[in-house]
Design a protein around this ligand. Structure first.
Ligand SMILES: Cc1ncc(COP(=O)(O)O)c(C=O)c1O
Length: 192
């Protein structure tokens, strides 16, 4: 685990795991497994019931990606992180987890083209409406919020406009309406 006095450069290589606890390996081992052995059926049942913490299945968790997730959370000053394979997947998971058919979310209109299509075309097919604000203007975002709005979405740095939204204003709107503010900082792909 990270020590409190570790700085960004150290966290980049040590946060989440300084030494592999089972082998002493300095580098994070790559666990090439889909499944994990349960001690007995009760152990398996407890894991699936979330009564006990442990590895269940690699699509849900994997010790290698767990270190990556902890490392990203430490670098970003976050509570936790979830690793996925692409930016589009991250957006889908973030939004799909909190919206259902009939809901809407308010988005900056300064968006990466693939994101625009995902919101305007793919989410529409699922019955989820995106409401595009004028650029990344906080007042415009607020004017689009109604009782079915479940999130506010923006990018930083926006692609392709290179805009940096006014986070103080947008987060004040989000807090006022008790909405999660989802921010994509993937520009150029690769990080979320
Ligand atoms: C701002 C932004 N969000 C999302 C994406 C999509 O990322 P991915 O290609 O990993 O799905 C991109 C890709 O360039 C991007 O620039």
């Amino acid at each position: 685990m990270s020590l409190p006095n570790q700085k960004f450069e150290t966290l980049q290589i040590h946060a989440g795991q300084e030494v592999d606890p089972t082998t002493g390996a300095r580098a994070v081992p790559i666990y090439q497994t889909t499944s994990y052995v349960f001690n007995n059926s009760e152990h398996g049942a407890n894991l699936f019931a979330l009564k006990e913490f442990g590895n269940i299945y690699t699509r849900i968790m994997n010790p290698t990606s767990d270190v990556f997730e902890k490392r990203m959370a430490a670098l970003e000053g976050g509570v936790a992180a979830l690793a996925v394979s692409s930016g589009q997947a991250a957006q889908f998971i973030a939004l799909n987890n909190i919206l259902q058919a009939g809901d809407n979310f308010v988005s900056s209109s300064y968006l990466y083209g693939g994101t625009y299509n995902q919101f305007k075309v793919a989410f529409k097919r699922l019955g989820i409406e995106v409401r595009f604000a004028e650029g990344d203007d906080a007042a415009s975002m607020e004017s689009l919020i109604d009782e079915n709005t479940k999130a506010i979405y923006t990018e930083t740095i926006g692609n392709p406009s290179f805009n940096v939204p006014d986070f103080d204003k947008i987060s004040a709107v989000a807090k006022k309406h008790d909405l999660p503010l989802i921010v994509d900082n993937t520009f150029g792909a690769g990080g979320y």
